[in-house]
Design a protein around this ligand. Structure first.
Ligand SMILES: Cc1ncc(COP(=O)(O)O)c(C=O)c1O
Length: 531
């Protein structure tokens, strides 16, 4: 197979595997006449399919006079001309090249790739929710508003926080919402506090959000035990600090045990405590962040509450707010009055005491995610949500305990929370890198774990199995990783070098693809079609 320098196939021909000379018949190399391999089909971009044909028959147009003047089309429009079965095949074939939580264990750390119960989908597709127009009169959308209200109630109850802003559409968007609420609160206090403290293990969205909201970022070091250095953090507090952004459990999969003490120090210094709640799946139903002193925290509904994500799918990042920040929640605000539930869309209409900082997006947030998340909560119940967290932590500890003898676990002396972190010291001197190891997992039928994050450990491999894997499934996964680690340590590197060998695509130039993305497909002029 040939790649262009952007790391993707240049044409149908070059995207096919190169035929192998007869006689070299390892299963991996066996060439086929079609270029396909059994159920694994090659597929070109849709615009390279169906030249010159059309998928539908339209009657000839009787043009009477040229009423389009200078904007009349000169060439063929160039859309792919495919029949319905060809289009369906195209997308089904592409989808089969992909990996999904519905096809296998997805151990991507910091992502909580858990099973999305089909009941969620059924509820989200109910016409009263799924087909709702955001501009429908509110008297006709009371059921949907009731759904949002119930979800708000679950989120405030689970977190022990008095208010929640529902409209942010992802975790990072929720972070921005929280930081803008903090900025508004500081402005209302008449204080200029430009600095935000962010631990070095933080997810990249935390410093990016702080900077985007107009603050400067000051990094707080981690201790050798993977927790934030609370003494260094306290030493950095001062009258110019607006907030800290801390993740708990943190991105090393560890609980920040000093969090209450940290929250007190932050409040004593007049600053706010933003908690990144992306890892809420480890503590939902067990710990209420409000009790820890948190002022604002986003919840990735698309992780903790199972709604599907990955590959840039839809998300929702509601932000719970403490008494200190509740007044600054953005519009729309959901209120109940004699007429029923009502969305307040305009800041000027906000009830007494409310000072919304603005709005995060058009309309009210991700209705599809709201209905899935509430379905998940109602079908699990509070005890079920708690059980899910306990099982997620148990699964991660099972993985950690089963692999720490062959893979190096930098904080493996104690238990972890919902994800097991390994570094690359077990690969030292083997010729195998974290990347090679992760790519070899693809040949074994697994999506790789999160690699090179968090940055505080070298060559990080972060595994989050979640609660939705059975013990059998975990055992198979552990067996594969154990064997791979043993092979790597024995320097049997063939399966690692250049892996994946068995996937529809080999190793791509990911740096070039990220730095020089080809976002527009351009075709050679289609002479025959234009004539
Ligand atoms: C710890 C942490 N914070 C924030 C985010 C951002 O969430 P989102 O991808 O929904 O914007 C993530 C996402 O992976 C995360 O893991």
């Amino acid at each position: 197979m040939t790649m262009n320098n952007q790391g993707r196939p240049t044409s149908v021909e070059t995207s096919r595997r190169a035929p192998i000379a007869p006689g070299t018949h390892t299963p991996e190399e066996l060439s086929t006449i079609s270029g396909d391999r059994g159920l694994d089909h090659e597929e070109a971009p849709i615009f390279e399919l169906g030249h010159g044909a059309t998928g539908v028959d339209l009657p000839d147009v009787q043009i009477s006079g040229d009423r389009l003047g200078g904007v009349r089309r000169k060439d063929a429009i160039g859309l792919p001309g495919l029949s319905e079965p060809e289009v369906i095949r195209h997308y089904v074939r592409l989808s089969r090249m992909n990996y999904a939580i519905d096809s296998g264990l997805y151990p991507l750390g910091s992502c909580t790739m858990k099973h999305n119960p089909r009941l969620n989908e059924k509820m989200a597709r109910l016409p009263g929710f799924g087909d709702l127009h955001p501009l429908a009169p509110q008297s006709t959308t009371q059921g949907a508003l009731e759904l949002i209200s119930q979800l708000m109630n679950w989120l405030t109850t689970l977190t022990g926080m008095p208010a929640v802003a529902m409209s942010p559409k992802a975790g990072a968007h929720g972070e921005l919402c929280g930081m803008l609420a903090i900025r508004a609160a500081l402005q209302a206090r008449g204080e200029h506090r430009p600095r935000v403290l962010v631990p070095e293990s933080a997810h990249g969205t935390n410093p990016a959000t702080a900077a985007f909201a107009g603050f400067t970022v000051d990094e707080v070091p981690a201790l050798p035990n993977g927790r934030v250095d609370s003494e260094a953090l306290k030493a950095k507090l001062g009258p110019d600090v607006a907030a800290i952004m801390l993740t708990n459990p943190n991105t090393c999969g560890l609980f920040e045990g000093e969090i209450i003490d940290i929250a007190k120090a932050v409040h004593d210094a007049g600053a706010y405590f933003y908690c990144d709640g992306a890892n809420f799946n480890a503590i939902a139903g067990k710990v209420r962040p409000g009790d820890l002193g948190v002022d604002a925290m986003h919840i990735n509904l698309h992780k903790t509450f199972s709604t599907p994500h990955g590959g840039g799918g839809p998300g929702a990042g509601p932000v719970v707010l403490s008494d200190r920040l509740a007044a600054y929640a953005p519009v729309p605000l959901l209120v109940a009055d004699a007429q029923g539930l009502r969305l307040i869309e305009d800041r000027d209409d906000a009830p007494d005491g409310a000072k919304p900082f603005g709005r995060m997006c058009a309309f009210h947030g991700q209705m599809g995610m709201f209905s899935r998340a509430l379905t998940y909560m109602l079908s699990h119940g509070r005890d079920g949500v708690r059980q899910a967290s306990e099982d997620a932590v148990l699964s991660a500890n099972y993985v950690l305990a089963s692999l720490k003898d062959v893979m190096s676990a930098p904080f493996g002396d104690g238990p972890c929370m919902h994800e097991a972190l390994f570094d690359d010291s077990f690969l030292h001197d083997t010729g195998v890198t974290t990347l090679d190891f992760a790519k070899a997992m693809i040949d074994e039928g697994y999506h790789p774990m999160t690699m090179y994050f968090p940055l505080v450990v070298h060559g990080a491999m972060l595994i989050e199995p979640t609660e939705s894997e059975s013990k059998d499934s975990l055992d198979r996964f552990i067996h594969v990783l154990h064997t791979l680690a043993t092979e790597a340590k024995a320097k049997r590197i063939e399966r690692f070098a250049g892996a994946p060998h068995l996937a529809p695509r080999r190793r791509l130039d990911e740096t070039a693809a990220a730095r020089k993305p080809v976002l527009r497909w351009k075709r050679e002029p289609l002479k025959e079609a234009a004539e």
